[in-house]
Write a protein that binds this ligand. Structure first.
Ligand SMILES: *Cc1c(COP(=O)(O)O)cnc(C)c1O
Length: 369
């Protein structure tokens, strides 16, 4: 049997009754769209973060896009982010008409190099968009300071960092708004698509509610600015509501998987993930680094272990973003990482015996390289 890099079936087996009961609850509720489950989830997800508002949307990409628009970002504005991220971060910026501007990441933890951000600020900069990559937070203090000094807004991309903390501060609560994805693989994953944007600013929340619903606040509410439809599905909201109560357990289980890798793969020459001091990592993915990445992946194929690369092509080198004008070599750390990183299987219900198989295989491959 193939050991998959991510799998939900073991979890589904355990939680099946609850998931199916969630479906039954919505189907029997009499309201299939924008109902009690979505409102309940929104209130509970906001409370989990200690913020005022949560607006559920259809996916994480739109959570970023609508978050930016609600913060007033649009055509002519520049948004400073990283190229070392999932393409949707940049797609979302692009879809608002704003221009993504990239800074490089740090070589040891692969997170936004906040020391490069000040030099990237221009008269057109409107927003800083840090990505809490792989499950731990970018240094928020220097970004907040810089944003306040220049009158910029911050949108946090928390698609990989549900429940992560920096000190005692939850990911998503230092910026003016934060976007989450509930794509099934994420730390809080739906049984399909979903997303949400959180904020403590009431006027931003009101704009978000309109942006996800044709431009209307509620049914039959007259609209001022036409918008698209990006509602969070009611069934997914009810499933998420129940899974939110287990989020801290999922995170504890992911940390246990990470610890087992750290013990099993110490002193192998593989560079293991580094947690920034003060950060609480939630291990959305377990990304390791080795200069002979491609050889390792090829040889691990014989062990029936599925691996992943997050991400093999830096966004600034993609054809679709060639117009941004980033030549190869312009973000050297990001480009070097893309050639050397890969992800080992990581999900909360990963059984220890399956994980030991992975550890054994990786150790064997590394000794025969
Ligand atoms: C998954 C992800 C997104 C996009 O979320 P979707 O729900 O798939 O639209 C955006 N940014 C990052 C960093 C992600 O990992």
């Amino acid at each position: 049997m193939t050991t998959r890099v991510w799998d939900y079936l073991a979890e589904y087996e355990t939680e099946r009754a609850d998931v199916l009961d969630a479906v039954e609850t919505v189907f029997g509720s009499g309201q299939l769209v924008l109902g009690a489950s979505m409102r309940g989830f929104e209130a509970e997800f906001a409370a989990y973060h200690g913020v005022e508002h949560c607006v559920g949307v259809d996916n994480g990409t739109n959570a970023i896009k609508l978050g930016l628009q609600a913060l007033g970002v649009g055509p002519g504005d520049e948004v400073i982010t990283v190229s070392n991220t999932a393409a949707p971060t940049v797609v979302a910026i692009d879809s608002t008409g704003a221009t993504p501007v990239f800074v490089d990441v740090r070589a040891d933890d692969f997170l936004m190099d906040t020391g490069q951000v000040a030099a990237a600020v221009t008269a057109r900069t409107r927003c800083l968009l840090p990505v809490h990559l792989y499950g731990q937070c970018v240094d928020m203090a220097p970004l907040r300071e810089l944003a306040d000094r220049h009158g910029l807004v911050i949108l946090e991309d928390c698609a990989q960092a549900h429940g992560a903390r920096q000190g005692t501060t939850p990911a998503g609560t230092t910026g003016d708004a934060a976007a989450f994805s509930f794509y099934p693989t994420k730390v809080l994953g739906a049984y399909g698509d979903g997303g949400a944007t959180i904020t403590s600013d009431g006027s931003v929340a009101r704009k978000l509610r309109r942006l996800r619903y044709y431009g209307m606040e509620d049914r039959y509410y007259t609209l001022e600015t036409p918008a698209h439809n990006s509602r969070l599905d009611e069934v997914q909201a009810e499933i998420l509501r129940r899974k939110l109560r287990r989020l801290d357990t999922y995170i504890a289980d992911r940390r246990a998987v990470a610890r087992r890798y750290a013990d099993g793969l110490a002193d192998t020459g593989l560079v293991l993930p580094r947690t920034v001091p003060g950060n609480e990592h939630v291990y959305y993915v377990y990304v390791v680094r080795h200069p002979r990445r491609d050889d390792i992946i090829e040889r691990l194929g014989a062990y029936d272990i599925q691996l992943n690369i997050s991400y093999p092509w830096p966004v600034h080198t993609m054809t679709g973003f060639a117009h941004l004008g980033y030549a190869e070599g312009s973000l050297p750390v990001t480009e070097a990482l893309a050639a050397e990183i890969f992800s080992l299987p990581m999900y909360p219900s990963l059984a220890p015996d399956l994980q030991d198989k992975v550890i054994h295989a990786v150790r064997e491959v590394l000794t025969t390289l």
